[in-house]
Design a protein around this ligand. Structure first.
Ligand SMILES: [Zn+2]
Length: 510
């Protein structure tokens, strides 16, 4: 049967209406390529440490740079990788400061330095032309004189420059944050592992959600909770419970709800700031109720684990060294001693006690002593030296230790001088001009030290050393030693002024 022209017209109209309805309902795909700006401004501030972090510290390794998209590691590497996988994304490197000298052994950032780099980032974003999104790779534990919540303030300034453009942030698990950051950023993603194996993964997640959001397929909403707990870094390793249980629960929520991103930061207890303590941050796709429900559950769960999380007791110096010597005798070598409380790097309690207890084949990896390095600058390997080492990097750094030693190595590592002194019963101390957290064993090769000769390795690290020593099976035994320092396991010894007055275990006892 032939169709009448009226019927044909009817069909055409129907098809046209269908196409129009589909177009209205479909996500608003942006024209390719989309443009996403990337910037970083990252610091973990030990506000109890003595030396403030200035512009000069920020520019020690060079001036701010736009060249931040190079490399494939970390948050930005992961972000880049996911953007390449999706295709149709052009990343715009925004001028950003490099790492600061001394890293987290640095105290309060000067407001001048914060304003300087925030302004540089904001000005560069304004110059960047059309942007569909802004990705900020931050840390979350920055402390700035006169600015109570620096990451929130940075994002507020960026927001003023880019308007409604989505802004997404990645943070370290040691972040101190609260609602203020979530009020400014569209989405926040935090790593789940300490040691921080998953910075790249957090970057990938941020990129995936950013791209979906730009194309109108995702509408981020956030819920934030503060469980009311503060814990020292040394208890936060995610290779053991309760930190492991907490992150496992976050992953279960994510598995059940593939559109939800469940983050927990355990916080950085050595920054005396008003948003200190653990935080839960949940991102969900246009489902505020779901975000709130997950955030409540995670916060309650962390609160229930508070006693296990905050209450471990660690051996003090004398007891810790005795345990190490016994472990060597038991054949569990090398024994790794984590000198976790030394935040500035020049503390000598463990060196002094090892000598006192007549230990042999140990290596202090490393001791910060820029003055000793200056004193031996003109010498060479093989020379004998008589020095007094360390004990001045902060008021808890202990006594200067007198040492008759031979120089085994004197040279440079990167732009910093480094030396190996050999003394006593085949013992060594590696000297660096600033705190160096050694997280793997490469340094021994670089400095000509045979790892198999070492019975005891002393590291100025809390948990990150586990990456190279525990998770690789190298350490025969690990002993965390609670020597005096600005990074103690017992937080009640710290002179806090600014942290919330409801935190367990400092202000609430049960
Ligand atoms: Zn961290």
């Amino acid at each position: 049967m032939k169709r009448s022209s009226l019927e044909i017209l009817f069909v055409i109209l129907n098809v046209a209406a269908f196409v129009l309805i589909q177009a209205a309902a479909a996500p608003q795909e942006k024209q390719s390529p989309i443009h996403i700006a990337v910037a970083t401004f990252s610091h973990e501030t030990c506000t109890f440490c003595p030396d403030q972090t200035t512009v000069a510290d920020w520019e020690y390794y060079g001036p701010p740079t736009r060249d931040i998209l190079r490399g494939s590691s970390g948050y930005i590497g992961g972000f880049k990788r996911m953007c390449e996988e999706y295709g149709g994304v052009e990343l715009v490197g925004i001028i950003s400061p490099r790492d600061s000298r001394g890293g987290s052994s640095g105290s309060w950032l000067t407001q001048e330095s914060f304003d300087k780099y925030s302004s540089l980032i904001v000005a560069d974003l304004r110059q960047a032309g059309h942007l569909d999104g802004v990705f900020l790779a931050l840390h979350g534990a920055m402390a700035v004189t006169g600015i109570p919540r620096p990451e929130g303030e940075l994002v507020r300034r960026v927001r003023a420059a880019v308007g409604k453009t989505p802004i997404m942030v990645t943070l370290d698990l040691h972040a101190n944050e609260d609602q203020a950051l979530a009020d400014q950023a569209d989405a926040v993603f935090i790593i789940k592992r300490y040691p921080h194996y998953d910075a790249g993964l957090a970057g990938e997640t941020a990129a995936r959600v950013m791209i979906k959001t730009i194309h109108g397929r995702y509408k981020p909403v956030m819920a934030v909770r503060k469980p009311g707990i503060i814990t020292p870094s040394v208890f936060q390793g995610t290779g053991t419970s309760p930190a492991m249980q907490i992150m496992e629960r976050a992953r279960i929520w994510e598995n059940e709800n593939p559109d939800a991103y469940v983050s927990v930061a355990f916080g950085f207890a050595y920054a005396d700031v008003p948003d200190a303590g653990a935080v839960v941050m949940v991102v969900a796709n246009n489902d505020k109720k779901l975000a709130e429900r997950i955030a409540d559950d995670m916060s309650d769960f962390i609160w229930r684990l508070r006693k296990e999380f905050a209450g471990k007791i660690l051996p003090k110096t004398k007891e810790g060294i005795a345990l190490a010597i016994k472990a060597v005798r038991d054949g569990r070598r090398p024994v790794v001693l984590a000198d976790h409380s030394d935040r500035t790097g020049g503390s000598t309690y463990i060196l002094e006690e090892l000598i006192q207890q007549d230990a042999s084949n140990f290596c202090i990896t490393t001791l910060r002593d820029e003055k000793a390095l200056e004193a031996i600058a003109g010498k060479k390997a093989g020379d004998a030296v008589s020095l007094r080492l360390g004990g001045y990097s902060d008021e808890f750094a202990g006594n200067a230790v007198p040492l008759e030693a031979k120089i085994d190595f004197l040279g440079n590592l990167g732009r910093d001088p480094i030396a190996v002194l050999h003394f006593g019963k085949n013992n060594r101390v590696i000297l660096t001009p600033q705190l160096m957290q050694v997280t793997d064993t490469r340094i021994f090769d670089q400095l000509g030290i045979k790892l198999e000769e070492l019975d005891i390795i002393v590291l100025k690290s809390r948990v990150h050393f586990r990456r190279g020593y525990a998770d690789t099976g190298i350490a025969g035994a690990i002993i965390e030693v609670d020597a005096p320092g600005w990074g103690p396991a017992d937080l009640s010894t710290l002179p806090y002024k600014n942290i919330p007055k409801n935190l367990y275990p400092l202000y609430r006892k049960d």
